[in-house]
Design a protein around this ligand. Structure first.
Ligand code: PEP
Ligand code: MN
Length: 360
């Protein structure tokens, strides 16, 4: 992995557009559905058609994909539209079937990347393949697990490798379905600047009205491509209905997206700046979430105080908090003055909240 030069070139070989666009339904459902979407997407920015045939579902009983029959539909779609075809593979058997059906691009899903045995098994059957292989990030934000998967594929002699950032799951409710944690992908890009990096705004956002915003962020961070779930009748989709867009909405997204130049100096400055700003924005919204959570807990304490008829201000407790935070802040390089201002403001807001509750 010391040299990733050989990886980048395949994008140019294929003369795939920048950004590289992969689109198609979350799942192949019927032959008609696959063909209809593929026809809508030909002669557009899309160069690779995606469809899940085997669907990893969180709980049993959901739609688990149409299976191998879907590969025949993709073959037909390829013949009729000339689009390259991509499917998700999760084991050696999937890979064998996909290769037999002339699939061009194989991607490894987030739930498979977490499992080194599965990735190794896939790498073994793909030894020295000429196919494009894309590795999604693992569901958990563990960069070494992602890199480890990449190494397994690279060691198997796979040349046309790329990665897909689809966000990371958390227990916390956030505005994302899967938190992007951009800094992980930025770190990956720093380590392997020539490795194609693709963003999957559909699985990051989980809702169609956020796809443009997340796609723009990815392009500002110099991503090489986007994978966007597209369906002619998104609300009726058999999986991931809320996040799929229609082909015409997809086309509008590409009209609205500002595609930046990739490589002059000013652009490098801009993309570094956007990288840092994106991290600040993410942290600010995490700060906001933490503050809201803290206030909700203060509200609960307010209710308890009301029940017991206890005063809002408890000076001892407040002094303990301040001392602890000043100590912790100074160890971490934050000035006493700043910590005081910050916590006084937070404390004041808690008092306002509790007074409102007590006097209700
Ligand atoms: C998908 O692409 O439909 C999919 C299952 O994605 P992920 O592996 O990112 O959850
Ligand atoms: Mn999906």
């Amino acid at each position: 992995m010391e040299n990733s030069k050989s990886m980048r070139n395949w994008l140019d070989d294929f003369q795939l557009s920048h950004p590289l666009v992969i689109a198609g339904p979350c799942s192949a459902e019927t032959e008609e559905q696959v063909l209809e979407i593929a026809h809508e997407l030909k002669n557009s920015d899309v160069s690779i058609f995606r469809a899940g045939i085997w669907k990893p579902r969180t709980r049993p009983g959901g739609f688990e994909g149409v299976g191998a029959i879907g590969l025949k539909w993709l073959q037909k779609a390829k013949k009729e539209t000339n689009l390259l075809m991509a499917v998700e593979v999760a084991n050696a058997q999937h890979v064998k079937l996909a290769l037999e059906h002339d699939i061009d691009v194989l991607w490894i899903g987030a739930r498979t990347t977490v499992n080194p045995f599965a990735v190794q098994e896939i790498a073994d059957v793909l030894q020295n393949t000429d196919k494009i292989v894309l590795l999604k990030n693992p569901v958990n934000p563990d960069l070494s697990l992602w890199l480890g998967g990449l190494e397994r594929l690279h060691n198997a002699g796979i040349k046309k490798l790329g990665v897909i950032h689809r966000g990371f799951s958390t227990y916390e409710k956030t505005k994302y379905r899967n938190i992007p944690e951009w800094q992980l992908a930025i770190e990956l890009k720093r380590k392997f600047p020539d490795l194609p990096l693709i963003c999957d705004p559909s699985h990051i956002s989980g809702k169609r009205d956020m796809i443009l915003e997340v796609s723009q962020q990815a392009l500002d961070l110099n991503y090489d491509g986007l994978m966007i779930e597209t369906h002619c009748n998104p609300d009726q989709a058999w999986s991931d209905a809320a996040q799929q867009v229609t082909p015409s909405a997809l086309k509008q997204i590409f009209i609205d997206l500002k595609v930046r130049k990739q490589s002059d100096e000013a652009d490098e400055y801009n993309s570094k700046l956007s990288g840092l700003r994106t991290q600040i924005d993410e942290l600010d919204s995490k700060l906001m979430d933490v503050l809201v959570k803290r206030m909700k807990i203060a509200d609960q304490i307010g209710l308890l105080k009301k029940e017991k008829n206890v005063a809002v201000l408890q000076s001892n407790r407040w002094h303990q908090i301040l001392e602890k935070m000043i100590e912790e802040g100074s160890q971490k390089g934050l000035s006493e003055e700043f910590i005081l201002k910050l916590f006084k403001a937070i404390h004041q807001e808690s008092i306002v909240h509790q007074e409102r509750i007590i006097n209700k």
